[in-house]
Design a binder for this molecule. Structure first.
Ligand code: SF4
Ligand code: FES
Length: 377
């Protein structure tokens, strides 16, 4: 066997990489919803360019060999693929724990039973609001609420463990207590409350979505109180509003450390927004093994470890806590992916970022630029 070059970071420094724990399989970008904060890239992959099911089956085997334990099958809306059950069965055959992340729209009860048989272990359902008018307006899909409520009933009837996924922003954050109650009523064991991340499409809707500092502070208190009240019954994962925070989030738990994303066309990404870094090139599972990509590719090694960091991160006591924050947010706000995430209070751009966030939050804009795939997608 040929000797493999040692993993190195962008400056040529050697780095070590353990196995990833989880893989996000974005099997399509097609989606019936049009959420104004969609986290998929601005340029969506067309249906014709999607990886066929047999390739996904091979990728799941490679992922399991690499050490991946769980796969999150997502999109877009994974139900948009007719061969979803075949894809799920491939993940199950590879002995991965299979989490289906869905809008609940376009998957009938019969199909959900079929997906249960194929090997789905867990379902994660997105909710955009706590009432029909709110949910339908934010998702840009009339009738979405009724479909989601019916879907949630089927999930519990069939016996899947359920997680509710709630993206929060200025227009629904005040209803967070009701959202947590709703998740409990639906029988969820977990709720993921994630404040909108402002890169990609969401950035176009900043003025309509940016929460106020006060809303962010109240949301934190609501989550803390609910965690105590629901201990042992429902877990609450929370991604706070980092534009109003002192330190950034540890995005992806550190670049290239615990997870990888495979995009609909087979590109392998260190995080879902990595294509927003213009100079970064991504390998594809069609022509390189997942193991090689994880351990050796330039994209995965670009920001692994801490050697790539500049000041103030380089000498910061938190560099192994938040890993310098989010590279994509640094790209979006500082125009430089290697920069300290500007939401960090130690970043020279912090004051500017906060001022802009306050300005956006103070507007009374509530109109959205919806995310829709062009016809023929
Ligand atoms: Fe994190 Fe860097 Fe800020 Fe320190 S300076 S808290 S490592 S982002
Ligand atoms: Fe890319 Fe945070 S979304 S590193």
């Amino acid at each position: 066997m040929k000797d493999q070059p040692a993993p190195h970071d962008i400056d040529g420094n050697p780095v070590s990489s353990g196995p990833p724990m989880a893989m996000l399989a974005e099997i399509t970008h097609r989606c019936p919803l049009a959420c104004p904060y969609c986290s998929n890239p601005v340029e969506l992959t067309r249906a014709q360019a999607e990886l066929p099911a047999e390739d996904w089956v091979r990728v799941f085997r490679e992922a399991a060999d690499l050490g991946v334990l769980q796969v999150h099958i997502s999109g877009g809306e994974p139900g948009a693929r007719r061969d979803l059950a075949q894809i799920v069965a491939g993940a199950k055959d590879a002995r991965l724990y299979v989490n289906l992340i869905t809008s609940g729209i376009g998957i009938s009860r019969t199909r959900l039973i079929e997906l249960d048989r194929a090997g789905v272990d867990h379902v994660q359902l997105s909710l955009q609001g706590i009432r029909p008018d709110m949910a339908d307006r934010i998702s840009g899909h009339p009738g979405s609420w009724d479909k989601k409520m019916a879907f949630a009933d089927w999930v519990t009837e069939i016996g899947f463990p359920l997680t509710i996924n709630a993206v929060v922003h200025r227009q629904n954050m005040d209803r967070l207590p009701d959202m947590i109650d709703l998740a409990e009523e639906l029988g969820a064991r977990r709720i993921e409350v994630a404040t909108v991340q402002f890169h990609g499409w969401a950035d176009l809707n900043r003025a309509a979505l940016m929460p106020t500092r006060e809303q962010a502070a109240i949301a934190r208190q609501v989550v803390n109180a609910a965690r105590i009240r629901l201990r042992g019954r429902m877990v609450i994962d929370y991604v706070p509003a980092d534009h109003h925070a002192i330190y950034p989030k540890a995005c992806m738990g550190g670049w290239g450390s615990t997870g990888l994303n495979v995009a609909p066309d087979g590109s392998v990404l260190p995080c879902h927004a990595a294509p927003s870094i213009p100079w970064m090139r991504f390998d594809n599972v069609r022509n390189r093994s997942l193991s090689d990509i994880w351990h050796l590719s330039d994209a995965f090694n670009a920001f692994r470890g801490t050697e790539w960091m500049a000041e103030p991160c380089r000498s910061c006591e938190r560099k192994n806590v938040d890993f310098g924050g989010c590279r994509c947010q640094a790209m979006a706000l500082a125009g430089e992916a290697r920069a300290t995430d500007p939401v960090c209070s130690k970043s020279p751009l912090h004051a500017q970022v906060v001022a802009r966030a306050e300005e956006d939050a103070a507007t009374d804009r509530d109109d959205f630029i919806y995310r829709r795939m062009k016809k023929g997608g």
